[in-house]
Design a protein around this ligand. Structure first.
Ligand code: UDP
Ligand code: MG
Length: 132
């Protein structure tokens, strides 16, 4: 069965939206097979967001992602990588359609509630990164 790495971000924790994200994952028909709350540090974020590490706003991402705990999850289901990206919506909460997690709960491009792997290959790398 395909799996993906989903992670609620610190804004979800601070706004009390972790349960909402979990409910949407389960309502879609996916199974959460592992879950843990963590406090991330700059080293793991530099690895996880390596594609953005040279951007001027990278320090803001680190500040945001270390402002509270995250909840990492392994989520399983048919075509779950693409399916989760669909129910999350695009990166920018302003552009994300209503009905998606980001469309309903985020209003900008940085603080957007949830992370989801963007390919089956990256999902396995990210699961290994956060669950060993
Ligand atoms: N991000 C940001 N500004 C940008 C692009 C990305 O703050 O211009 C943050 C945002 O939190 C995003 C994360 O970096 O979710 C990872 O970016 P990516 O392009 O991988 O988007 P995602 O896969 O999360 O939709
Ligand atoms: Mg990404």
């Amino acid at each position: 069965m395909e799996r993906t790495y989903i992670m609620t971000k610190p804004d979800a924790y601070n706004r009390g939206l972790i349960g909402e994200v979990i409910t949407r994952i389960e309502n879609k028909g996916y199974k959460i097979t592992n879950m843990k709350m963590m406090n991330l540090d700059e080293a793991i974020l530099t690895e996880h967001y390596a594609h953005l590490a040279d951007k001027p706003f990278f320090k803001d991402i680190v500040e945001y992602m270390t402002s509270g705990p995250v909840v990492g999850m392994i989520v399983e289901g048919e075509n779950v990588v693409a399916g989760m990206r669909n129910i999350m919506g695009p990166t920018d909460g302003l552009e994300a359609p209503a009905g998606t997690i980001r469309g309903d709960y985020a209003n900008n491009k940085s603080e957007n509630i949830v992370h989801g792997s963007d390919s089956v290959e990256n999902a396995e790398i990210e699961i290994k990164r956060f669950f060993g």
